[in-house]
Every structure is written in C-alpha cells, then in structure tokens.
Design a protein around this ligand. Structure first.
Ligand code: SF4
Ligand code: SF4
Ligand code: FES
Length: 238
C-alpha cells in the first residue's frame, strides 16, 4: 500500500514533530490525514475542525511550511515528492496543544479594529435598501466572505515582528464596514485602525492575499483604509 510519511507537531511551543505512517488514498485531504492519525494511531492528538466544507474556518494549519485550510487542501497538491507531509499549528498564535492554537488575540483584534456593525436604525424602521450595483455595496462585498480562518494572520510577517499589529483579517473586516452605508461607526473605526498597530504598519507583502483560501484581498482592503484614514486626518477627523 502507498504510504504517506506524516510529521505532526505534538505538544505546546516547546514540543516537537512526531512521525506517523498513513495510507495514501485518492482525493484525500490533509484533514483526512489528521483525522486518520487521531482515530487509528494516536487518540491523544488534538486538532480542530467543524464543517469540513470550507465554511467554518476552524481547520487551518501550516502544511509543509504554508498556512492552509486543511479540509479543502488535497494531499496530492501539497505533499513533497518523497511523500513527506509536515503538519503544524498556525503561526503567530499561542499553541494550546498539538495542532490547536489559541485564537483569542486574533478575535480580540477584530474587536479592537471595531469590526462589528453599529446599527443606525431600530427594528421598527423599514429595511435599508442598498443597491447591489452601488460602488459602496461592491466594495463591501469584496471582503465580506471572510471565514475567520486565520490563514492570513499566520502568514503575515508584520504580525510576527509587531505582535500589536491588528493584522489582515481584522483590517479587512474594518474596511468592509467602512463601506457599509448602513453602519454608524465609521469615524470611531477609522480612529481605531489609524494608529501604529493599524493599517499603516502593513508593508504590502501580499502574503495574506496570496494565501487567503477565499480569494479575498486584505492587502487591497488595507490600502483602502490607508486612503480613508489619510483623508480623515486631512479633514481633522482623527
Ligand atoms: S499585505 Fe500587509 S497584512 Fe497582508 S501579509 Fe503583507 S504586511 Fe501582512
Ligand atoms: S481574510 Fe481570508 S485568510 Fe484571512 S481570515 Fe478571512 S478567509 Fe481566512
Ligand atoms: S472544517 Fe470548516 S473550513 Fe475546514
């Protein structure tokens, strides 16, 4: 039987890779490999997943050096020519155990970037109508499909150098809301993302945009925030 040589991170930050042999199968995903190990070889292996269809964002790991969603990553596309597969937890986040990272700071940064909708109407008002072909709606739509997987955050060198940096996902979310004509938090949000740990820290390395599994473009969203905060600063609004 064709076998994969799989090296999986075990333990916390001072852990190490442990080797397993997993049967290779057609259309096998990286998440299938991890699940096989946990069910057949070592029940103590910790990892996270929920939907298995690319919707929940919980299964992201570093596979052969690159952050990916593992439920939609086929082994054939990422395995080394010698059949070796290395699976590690996401970078730039504390490791809880094995392949599980603590996402607290990732989501705390969404809150710091004011990545939540601020309503301007009550439930008694009529629904807001936003034309699908309006410029603002299309700008908001461009970043709306984020599943919060953390692949971009794990791939961003600036997050590694500057742990306070809000990061691509939180800033992408902020830009989506800046373009939401129904939202009432624009001024406070621009203030929140204008500081040294905000959009100006991005060095436009593009790793986030290259690796986002949903093909979003956080780099473009951050560029939009840089323009919007510059205009707000010129108007004395920051
Ligand atoms: S473009 Fe900016 S946010 Fe994206 S990976 Fe590069 S430095 Fe990080
Ligand atoms: S922007 Fe893309 S890579 Fe980043 S959290 Fe959202 S879906 Fe994941
Ligand atoms: S398990 Fe939900 S995105 Fe992979």
């Amino acid at each position: 039987m064709d076998m994969l040589e799989v090296h999986v991170w075990r333990g916390n930050a001072s852990g190490r890779f442990q080797a397993y042999e997993v049967p290779r199968r057609a259309s096998q995903t990286v998440l299938d490999v991890v699940t096989y190990i946990q069910r057949h070889l070592d029940a103590t292996l910790s990892y996270r997943f929920a939907c298995r269809v690319g919707m929940c964002g919980s299964c992201a790991m570093v596979v052969n050096g690159r952050a990916r969603w593992t439920c939609r990553t086929h082994v054939d596309k990422v395995v080394a020519p010698d059949g070796r597969l290395e699976i590690a937890p996401l970078k730039n986040l504390p490791i809880v155990k094995d392949l599980v990272t603590d996402m607290t700071e990732f989501f705390d940064k969404w809150a710091k970037a004011r990545g939540y909708f601020v309503p301007t109407r009550t439930r008694h008002d009529p629904f807001a109508v936003v034309r699908p072909d309006s410029k603002e709606r299309q700008a908001a739509d461009a970043g709306i499909e984020c599943i919060g997987c953390g692949v971009c955050y794990s791939s961003c060198d600036v997050v590694s150098w500057n742990p306070a940096y809000l990061g691509p996902a939180a800033l992408n979310r902020a830009w989506t809301l800046v373009n939401d004509v129904r939202d009432g938090g624009r001024a406070e949000r621009l203030k929140a993302v204008a500081g040294n740990a905000g959009c100006l820290a991005c060095h436009t390395h593009m790793s986030c945009t290259e690796r986002c599994p949903k093909h979003l473009m956080p780099t473009a969203s951050i560029a939009g925030l840089k323009r919007a905060t510059a205009i707000a600063a010129l108007k004395g609004e920051l």
